[in-house]
Design a protein around this ligand. Structure first.
Ligand SMILES: CC(C)(COP(=O)(O)OP(=O)(O)OC[C@H]1O[C@@H](n2cnc3c(N)ncnc32)[C@H](O)[C@@H]1OP(=O)(O)O)[C@@H](O)C(=O)NCCC(=O)NCCS
Length: 174
């Protein structure tokens, strides 16, 4: 039986937070751990929207903190599932920081989280495929297979020689 398909846009989630004193470090900037917590939540909701299942975080790709987010800033997190495999799905998250009084807004972080849909016993369960529609969704969908292979190789769940799509970008298969 063919797998069910859901549009990427159906998993889109936006979450808005205000950086309060309890969220900051001693320099009055948002703590990295608090931001990662918010990223985990917005991504989990997105993964639930796609799979209609309980989901658990399986892995988190690199997160860089290049520009601090100040006390009083508004943080907007946006998440969308890029691609689903068997039970796992990759979620793309963008984080925007906004200083409303000065009218400035910039993208502060971007990351990919992987979630696995599980049954009540915590066992992985099959999920629908993703149908990308926009050019950006198609681009993220195409790259998701290579990123999956990279994280599975790093996690020792896949042999490097089996990661064909990943190797192809380094021209190692020719
Ligand atoms: C994630 C988890 C369900 C995977 O269970 P498992 O017994 O290893 O299951 P499998 O080997 O069948 O893998 C299931 C899927 O997870 C994916 N997966 C497992 N570990 C992964 C990792 N580190 N990175 C990316 N994907 C991973 C597999 O590729 C597979 O994907 P697919 O079904 O789409 O092909 C299990 O490891 C778990 O429950 N982890 C704890 C989750 C948790 O508590 N998260 C919160 C962290 S504080």
């Amino acid at each position: 039986m063919p797998k069910k398909t859901k549009k990427a846009s159906e998993s889109f989630v936006t979450m808005t937070e205000l950086v309060l004193p309890n969220d900051t470090n001693t320099l009055n900037n948002l703590m990295g751990g608090r931001l990662m917590h918010w990223m985990d939540i917005v991504a989990a909701i997105s993964a639930q929207r796609h799979s209609n299942r309980i989901v658990v975080t399986a892995s988190v790709d690199n997160i860089s903190f290049t520009k601090p987010i100040a006390l009083g800033n508004v943080v907007t997190l946006q998440a969308k599932v890029t691609r689903a495999f068997n039970s796992s799905m990759e979620v793309h998250i963008e984080v925007w920081a906004e200083d409303i009084p000065s009218g400035t807004k910039y993208m502060s972080n971007r990351a990919f989280f992987t979630f696995v849909a599980v049954d009540q016993g915590g066992r992985p369960i099959d999920i629908p495929e993703v149908e990308p529609e926009t050019a950006e969704e198609k681009d993220l969908y195409d790259g998701a297979l290579r990123r999956r292979q990279l994280r599975l190789v790093l996690g020792k769940r896949m042999k490097p020689e089996e990661a064909h799509e990943l190797k192809s970008i380094f021209k190692l298969d020719q």
